[in-house]
Design a protein. Structure first.
Length: 195
């Protein structure tokens, strides 16, 4: 259960919308599959002083890993359109039964001319936030934060990717991580060289 109705995070405000609803759809990991399934959906809104108004959902699927996806961009600048079609977070279940949240960042890709999800260091995320991301996340209930190899003993090609683990259902930590690594990164034009 979310204790806070909203949390201020740098230039963003994360507002938790009460309640859980059933949502019919296809998990991103199974989007080519034929069958839809039902998810328990909890939503939050991210707003900012530069006109961003984005509804985002945490989908807990019946037969797929949980995920965070943007639902509706209600307002914002042209660059906020970058948050509509990309930037979801596919969670996995860690070895100890927690939710593992990959911490990739929407970063401007000069070659492509738009924002893409890219790996980031903890220092880069700190720079987007303006202070310690680790301290913020631990204060919101994150259990571990580090490389996937360190926090979940992964030995695959994602082992060096930054991630955190949380108790299943910890919407506050997940929503704030999304706000920092997606919305705040776009607001600050992360990766765009301004000469």
């Amino acid at each position: 259960m979310t204790e806070n109705l909203s949390i201020s995070v740098s230039r963003c405000e994360v507002e938790f919308i009460p309640g859980t609803i059933a949502a019919l759809g296809k998990p991103t990991s199974q989007r080519k599959g034929p069958a839809e399934q039902v998810a328990r959906l909890r939503t939050f809104r991210i707003t900012s002083s530069d006109e961003l108004n984005l509804i985002v959902g945490l989908y807990v699927w019946e037969a797929a890993a949980p995920e965070v996806r943007p639902i509706d961009l209600l307002g914002g600048l042209q660059k906020h359109n970058e948050l509509k079609g990309r930037g979801g977070i596919s969670l996995t279940i860690s070895r100890d039964g927690k939710w593992l949240v990959p911490l990739r960042v929407l970063k401007y890709n000069a070659t492509k001319g738009y924002f893409t999800l890219q790996g980031a260091s903890e220092e880069e995320i700190d720079s987007i936030l303006g202070h310690s991301f680790r301290e913020l996340m631990m204060g919101l209930g994150a259990i571990k934060l580090g490389s996937r190899e360190v926090i979940d003993e992964e030995s695959n090609n994602k082992r060096n990717q930054l991630a955190m683990t949380v108790e299943p259902g910890n919407l506050e930590a997940i929503a704030v991580a999304y706000a920092v690594t997606r919305a705040q990164a776009v607001i600050l034009d992360f990766g765009l060289d301004v000469a």
